[in-house]
Design a protein around this ligand. Structure first.
Ligand code: TYM
Length: 329
């Protein structure tokens, strides 16, 4: 059976981008694959979170995975820092990752620009840790959004390099995965390219209906089309992109038609968009509220997940150590 793995950093509540880019695809794969999904809490350390916030974030992310439909019986659901085999493999793989290639990774350059006062070594080797997450379970598919494509490409490179260096066929080549074929990017409501926590333009799975209506109402729009069939400006295309994932094809066609004939009313579009987002998020929100204070359940789930993840990870690590020449005397 082929293996699927994905994860989300514990930097805050989950938003629509996380859900449609990664989580929902993963949930749909739970019946056919050997599935691993985890909270990337080590990855969140690059920005030096307050310890109390780190703990709360990990708890929230686990809760929200479960509320969104991740089944801890079918999948292995775990916290990255519960698996000590990960930092060990990370150390080993770091020996085969080069300064030059890491420094020119676009995500590193962007982070270095955003936090010039804190360009730490963890930021530089972030792609190695991410490759470790994937390779440690020898995953075949990685459901992620468009922004992670380069990291999956680097993971393939590191895996291939290891195989070639030691003359083995050990790590498979993982593929970024999305059911809708192309990887997607959910845009923000502020006319910007991407919905993201650090961009502050998110609709969270935990948002209540009133705040979703408010956020959508405030979304950036323009004066409206002036010519038939004209191309949409970015802020309007963004609203349609979200509509395409949350609404039915009939609804999308209806508003496309209204756009093309210059009859669109943004108030109607926003009302429909908010309504359809709420249809997706409300059942998840209700489950979040039901689970979030169930400490015993969260403890049980994460304990079981850590055991299953360690079993798989330690098998890989044992073989890697042997391949590299670590043997007992
Ligand atoms: P992170 O935590 O930034 O995002 C988690 C997942 O959500 C997707 N995503 C989006 N997809 C579409 N549109 C958006 N606006 C949007 N925003 C976020 C991301 O593509 C991602 O799939 N480095 C990773 C976490 C990670 C990981 C891994 C993922 C660590 N190790 C191993 C997969 C496999 C990250 O920072 O994602």
């Amino acid at each position: 059976m082929q293996t699927v793995l994905s994860g989300i950093r514990s930097t805050g509540n989950l938003h629509l981008g996380n859900y449609y880019g990664a989580l929902r695809n993963f949930i749909k794969m739970q019946d056919q694959y050997n599935c691993y999904f985890f909270v990337a809490d080590y990855h969140s350390l690059t920005t030096h979170p307050d310890p109390k916030i780190l703990y709360e974030n990990v708890k929230n992310v686990i809760t929200e995975y479960l509320a969104a439909g991740l089944d801890p019986e079918k999948s292995t659901l775990y916290i990255q820092s519960d698996v000590p085999e990960i930092p060990e493999l990370y150390l080993l793989l770091n020996m085969h990752a080069y300064m030059g290639e890491l420094a020119k990774t676009p995500s590193f350059k962007e982070k270095a620009r955003k936090q010039p006062e804190n360009v730490n070594a963890g930021l530089l080797t972030y792609p190695v840790l991410m490759a470790t997450d994937i390779l440690i379970h020898r995953a075949n598919f990685v459901p992620v959004g468009k922004d992670q494509e380069q990291h999956i490409e680097l993971t393939r490179k590191f895996g291939r390099r290891f195989n070639n260096f030691y003359g083995v066929e050990f790590f498979p080549e993982p593929q970024a995965f999305n059911f809708g074929t192309n990887l997607i990017k959910i845009p923000g409501l502020d006319g910007s390219g991407k919905m993201g926590k650090s961009e502050g333009n998110c609709i969270y799975l935990k948002d209540d209906p009133k705040s979703i209506e408010k956020k959508v109402k405030k979304a950036l729009t323009d004066q409206g089309p002036t010519e038939m069939n004209q191309a949409k400006p970015e802020c309007i295309e963004n609203l349609f992109t979200i509509l395409r994932v949350v609404s039915t094809p009939e609804t999308v066609n209806y508003f496309e038609e209204k756009w093309n004939t210059c009859e669109i009313r943004y108030g109607d579009l926003k009302k429909q968009l908010a309504e359809d987002i709420i249809k997706v998020t409300e059942p998840i929100r209700e489950r979040i509220l039901a689970i979030e204070n169930d400490a015993a359940y969260l403890h049980k789930v994460t304990k079981l997940g850590a055991e299953k993840a360690r079993e798989s990870a330690s098998g890989t690590l044992r073989e890697v150590r042997e391949i590299m020449g670590f043997r007992p005397f």
